[in-house]
Design a protein around this ligand. Sequence first.
Ligand SMILES: Nc1ncnc2c1ncn2[C@@H]1O[C@H](COP(=O)(O)OP(=O)(O)OP(=O)(O)O)[C@@H](O)[C@H]1O
Ligand SMILES: [Mg+2]
Length: 491
Amino acid sequence: MQDTSPSRILVVDDEASCRETLEALLSGYGYDLAFATSGTACLASARERLPDLILLDVMMPDMDGFETCARLRREPETAEVPVIMVTALDDRQSKLQGLGAGADDFVAKPFDATELRARIRTIVRLNRFRRIHTEHARFQLLFENSPDGIALLDHDGRICLANPSLVKLVGREVIDTDFSLLLTEEHRGPWRQALAAVCGARGEMAPTEMAVRSETGTVLPIEVSVVRQTAMVDVGAQVIVRDITWRKRLEAQLFQAQKLELLGHMAGGIAHDFRNVLTVVGMHAELVINGLSSGDALRQDAEVISRMADRATGLCHRLLAFSRRQELKLRPMELNETIRAGMEILGPTLGRRIRVSLDLKDDPLVVEADPTQLQQVFLNLAVNARDVMPVSGEFSIATERVQSWAASPVAPGLAPGSYALTTVSDTGCGMDEETRKRIFEPFFTTKPEGKGTGLGMSVVYGIVTQMGGHIDVESAPGEGATFRVFLPLHC
Ligand SMILES: Nc1ncnc2c1ncn2[C@@H]1O[C@H](COP(=O)(O)OP(=O)(O)OP(=O)(O)O)[C@@H](O)[C@H]1O
Ligand SMILES: [Mg+2]
């Protein structure tokens, strides 16, 4: 913003008559004049309110002009203030001393009024220009380094200035582009209406969710705010664009977590009571079996009841695992060793058609876990991988140590701390977004009737979460799947 306030000139002289002369000489020329009667008073006044120029007398009793000027230059706030030394000594030596102390110019008494005013005008103008330049450099720094996209639009909604964040967000040059064309089709109409309202009576638009399509075709959620601009003739509005991909992910993650929490409560409650009922059913079936001879037809019926009660109890156990209500036997264990040992079971499960690759770090990763349950996690992941790679493929497990920070968690919703990250991936058919979102829900399956219960991933979710960890999945149709299992490191 342009500074239109009058330039402030600080006149420093111990003699009242000299101060009066300079006042008479400069009054009426649009300057804001301030006075100091000593070097010390000059430093205090300049510190309190920075002048645009100091007219500094050389001969003063407590601190002469050379010393005052040198001190002004030493203090960061006053180092750049232009100083004209005013003196009766019109000798070369004094001029050199004054310039050496940091003065910008030198005038000798008695003054030539026209010349003095001309010098003052030039120095003040140059100083203003320098200040504008410094301010501009500062704003430029903010503009260039802002993580948000910033743009100025002309009166037709075209971008006339854009910062690097906006260019990076959309992945191409945007100058002269109609801003609406950066947005996805459904947002273009509403945007044009909103911009017209902002440029009309409304004046501004509060942050509003929209979406941009980047050069690569990716749709990114953004939050756009607009303010009308009237300071520059060729600028109509200023736009701030914030990439909210991360926030949206967090919201979705939170929503999923809340949904699973609720399902967990319901499923856990039912499974718990139902398991008790099944225990009684199973016990009585056993009593009936024991009371009947082996050839009795009723005995076979009772055996079916007993088997079904066992199977239903197994189902209840899996639901209890999902709802984090099973008893875990936690103990510190080294993750890489557990995975290596687990390969004895996983290898045969995956069969010969699937290549297994392990990338386990030498660095020991001690986690607090229940070994049997952890084997169950990897087994369920491996079984699913096998099912999506019926002909051939690759199943990989990699481990590493990661640190999650409060300000930038490595996974949305992951509490700050040190974790062992196990990345389990396959090169199978992958999954669509709908499946990815629902994968941890109990009884969610895409397998044909009778082939899957849809409890495998729910059990994995329950076990990992109950151990204080976190699991998520990245996948797209035809691109395999990558599961990330975070387990808190034992310290
Ligand atoms: N590695 C994977 N690649 C692609 N889709 C997967 C993968 N793992 C799981 N899924 C999808 O998630 C669904 C749920 O998996 P989950 O293990 O919970 O149940 P299921 O395998 O269908 O049945 P169950 O494990 O009870 O036998 C699967 O039906 C499948 O659609
Ligand atoms: Mg499964």
